[in-house]
Design a protein around this ligand. Structure first.
Ligand code: NDP
Ligand code: X2W
Length: 346
């Protein structure tokens, strides 16, 4: 059994890792590290964890991690991993960062979009982008994984097949994203508190969302040319779930049936991608609590455009589930270990 440490122990990403790893046969949680509440028992903060063996939150001791664990998950806000990972990166550890700190290859882009100083270039160079279905080969030999953001996960999984297969033009792609409130983490803000989010749908971070450069970086990689795109994110009154509905111009006339077949073949043997049959579209409830990404497509023959919708659970495929999937790939294990639960419904 390999051992994992989780940094950022009292956050949503961390408790989702703990939930999922309960059923993992080859990886167990050995240490949960908290900068704000070390010494506390985690179930005193999260009562749903009460019947697990006691998890006492610990302080971070970077020097002892290598001797105690094999895998380190950083489920911390932007700005934390860029300080910690450089101290861990040449030790015998597999490191998975759930934040945006290591996702952008350009330090200037990070500083512009995140408003913080970037990680050292050497750390960025060693980090592999963990979009599991697309970069499996690179992930297999990685020691540092930069886990994708939630909107990038859904939009890249939805768009990359059509771009790589030449179905759509790389210009003028529009991504309309909607997310549940848990995407903003546990600390409440004026924008996320109940009376602001309940009975409301609101666009946010228009033109400024930190996932825009991440999406553009990997769309550009898919076509080997610079791609710009529009992402508009909306906060909606639900706890979990995220859906991106995307619009792109087709390169040539085609049918929904043909595009579905091409997606099915692109994602053959990818256990977490479910391509929906013609006439069906993804919905967040159908993936809730699971690592699935459901994708539906439709050719709008009147405008010669492709509509693609992709739904995930932001905390599972959008964060902790994909992080575990990446550890499975790095270790040569079955990709679905710890991730076999079917979605919760209704
Ligand atoms: N929520 C989501 O749907 C998704 C989240 N992510 C990313 O994953 C990461 C974790 O997200 P999430 O768990 O939702 O966020 P939370 O805000 O719920 O948790 C983050 C945790 O990090 C710790 N932390 C906060 N500030 C600091 C600091 N200055 N130094 C060290 N630790 C700190 C805290 O835990 P403690 O005090 O116990 O150390 C905090 O609870 C973030 O980078 C987020 O952007 C990515 C995709 C989706
Ligand atoms: C509702 C909400 O605020 N969601 C967050 C999700 C970001 C996230 O979790 O990803 P990073 O790791 O890139 O910060 C947002 O849209 O910024």
């Amino acid at each position: 059994m390999k051992k994992a440490a989780i940094i950022g122990g009292t956050g949503y990403g961390a408790i989702e890792l703990i939930r999922l790893l309960q059923t993992h046969p080859k990886l167990e949680v050995a240490k949960v590290i908290s900068h704000s509440q070390s010494g506390e028992v985690l179930s005193s903060i999260y009562p749903h964890l009460k019947n697990l063996p006691e998890i006492r939150l610990e302080e971070l001791d970077i020097s002892s991690l290598e001797a105690e664990v094999d895998v380190v998950f950083l489920a911390t806000p932007a700005g934390v991993a860029k300080e910690i990972v450089p101290e861990l990166q040449n030790k015998n550890l597999q490191i998975i960062d759930l934040s945006g700190d290591l996702r952008l290859s350009s330090r200037e882009d990070y500083e512009e979009w995140y408003g913080k100083s970037a990680a050292p270039q050497e750390t960025l160079n060693q980090a592999v982008y963990g979009l599991s279905e697309i970069y499996k080969e690179e992930i297999q030999s990685a020691t540092i994984i930069s886990n994708p953001g939630c909107f990038p996960t859904a939009s890249l999984l939805g768009l990359i097949p059509a771009l790589e297969l030449g179905n759509i033009k790389p210009t003028g792609i529009v991504i309309d994203g909607k997310t549940g409130v848990s995407g903003a983490g546990r600390t409440p803000t004026a924008a996320t508190h109940f009376s602001e989010t309940n009975d409301n749908v609101s666009p946010y971070k228009i033109g400024k969302h930190q996932h825009i450069p991440e999406i553009e970086q990997y769309l550009s990689k898919a076509v080997d040319a610079d791609v710009t795109t529009i992402l508009t994110t909306h906060l909606i009154p639900m706890t979990r779930g995220l859906i991106c509905t995307m619009y792109a111009d087709l390169n040539q006339e085609t049918t929904t049936e043909e595009v579905i077949k091409s997606y099915q073949s692109y994602y053959e043997n990818k256990p977490f991608i479910r391509i929906l049959p013609e006439g069906q579209f993804p919905q967040t409830k159908a993936v809730q609590g699971s690592n699935y990404c459901d994708i539906g497509v439709w050719v709008n023959e009147r405008s010669n455009q492709l509509i693609i919708a992709a739904a995930i659970d932001n905390l599972v495929k959008g964060a902790s589930g994909q992080a575990i999937q990446n550890v499975n790939i790095m270790n040569g294990w079955e990709e679905n270990l710890g991730l076999q639960a079917i979605p919760m419904y209704p």
